[in-house]
Design a protein around this ligand. Structure first.
Ligand SMILES: [Zn+2]
Ligand SMILES: [Zn+2]
Length: 350
């Protein structure tokens, strides 16, 4: 089969590799129909994730058809159309039982293994461990592209932004960073009942998009963001919830300074360096600060929202490529601002 293979920092190739085979009786093999590229894949290609080694097939998102199942698969059947969750899980360890499969002990404490510790979904076929737990049936009426947004991005925005931030009815929510994950938080904050959703970004295209995803106001990134956010809050004291979806010290600082006493700062951003936390000012403020790696356990709930028309994740898809044009797809996604790209999907037309 063909797959997109990582060959060290800056190097990748769409090349011939052996087809995956069932290793454990709980495995399934899925023929990938649609996959997409995540910001994490770009980090891997920069060499930021040393656990990913030469020869690894990239990708952790997608929808496909089950072509083979191991003897212990109970719910998954050959022929099922499925969403591949970015988080694999044994389903029986204490972390899995607690709803934190992102730290599945059986998998060594990390549920994100596709395109990381095992071969991923940017391939014609992928081996899925614990397939009964990691594959979600794709219902009639939900497209493969919509389903692909449930592998990672929508659950990430919802779980790590909206749920960790404890967004409730009537809240004023700031989302710092309106890239795909920030937009996922915006989309799901609306269904969670936020009264006001303020998108902050330096990119005009993303700010325009954010209104279509549910933002009620937008602020262009600049010096007075904190003040502008406070002015848009209920009483000038600050927003109820600030969701950080960039991963830089400055944007984390904006989130921290714009939230009201008793408020929540939900960090989604992937950070590469330390942030400042002026605890001498904030110890008194009853803040809740959360971090997280997606557990993807809300995918079934979000699937219901799609079926009911409450959310429309196809809005993420700005660019489509066929399998074989991964280079072009990566180039587009890596230059998302210039290309006005949100999510880039790659489809197996065979
Ligand atoms: Zn991802
Ligand atoms: Zn587990």
């Amino acid at each position: 089969m063909k797959a997109l293979v990582y060959h060290g920092p800056g190097k990748k190739a769409w090349e011939d590799v052996p087809n995956p085979a069932i290793k454990d009786p709980t495995d399934a093999i899925v023929k990938v129909e649609v996959t997409t590229i995540c910001g994490t894949d770009l980090h891997i290609l920069k060499g930021d994730v040393p656990a990913v080694t030469d020869g690894r097939i990239l990708g952790h998102e997608g929808v496909g058809v089950v072509t083979e199942v191991g003897s212990d698969c109970k719910s998954v059947k050959v022929g099922d159309r499925v969403i591949i969750s970015c988080i694999s899980k044994c389903g029986t360890c204490d972390y899995c039982k607690a709803g934190l499969p992102s730290h599945c002990k059986t998998l060594g404490g990390i549920g994100w293994i596709f395109g990381h510790l095992i071969d991923g979904t940017q391939a014609e076929y992928v081996r899925v461990p614990y397939a009964d737990n990691g594959l979600i049936p794709l219902p009639e009426g939900v497209s493969a592209e919509q389903g692909t947004m449930l592998s990672d991005i929508l659950p990430t925005g919802y779980e790590i932004g909206v749920l960790n931030g404890a967004v409730k009815n009537g809240d004023v929510v700031a989302v710092i960073g309106a890239g795909p994950v920030g937009l996922a938080a915006i989309m799901t904050a609306r269904t969670a009942g936020a009264a006001k959703i303020i998108a902050v970004d330096g990119n005009k295209f993303r700010l325009d998009q954010s209104r279509d995803f549910g933002a009620t106001e937008t602020i262009e990134a600049g010096e007075n963001v904190v003040q502008a956010l406070r002015e848009l809050s209920h009483d000038g004291l600050g927003v109820d919830v600030a969701i950080e979806a960039v991963g830089l010290p400055a944007t984390f600082g904006t989130a921290l300074e714009s939230v009201r006493p008793g408020g929540h700062v939900a960090n989604i951003g992937v950070h590469g360096e330390s942030v400042e936390f002026p605890i001498e000012r904030h110890w008194i403020n009853n803040l809740t600060i959360t971090t997280g790696l997606v557990n993807a356990i809300t995918a079934p709930e979000l699937l219901e929202d799609i079926k009911e028309g409450a959310i429309a994740p196809e809005k993420f898809v700005t660019h489509q490529f066929p399998f074989g044009q991964f280079e072009e797809a990566y180039d587009t996604f890596a230059n998302a601002a210039e290309q006005e790209a949100l999510k880039v999907v790659i489809t197996n037309l065979q």
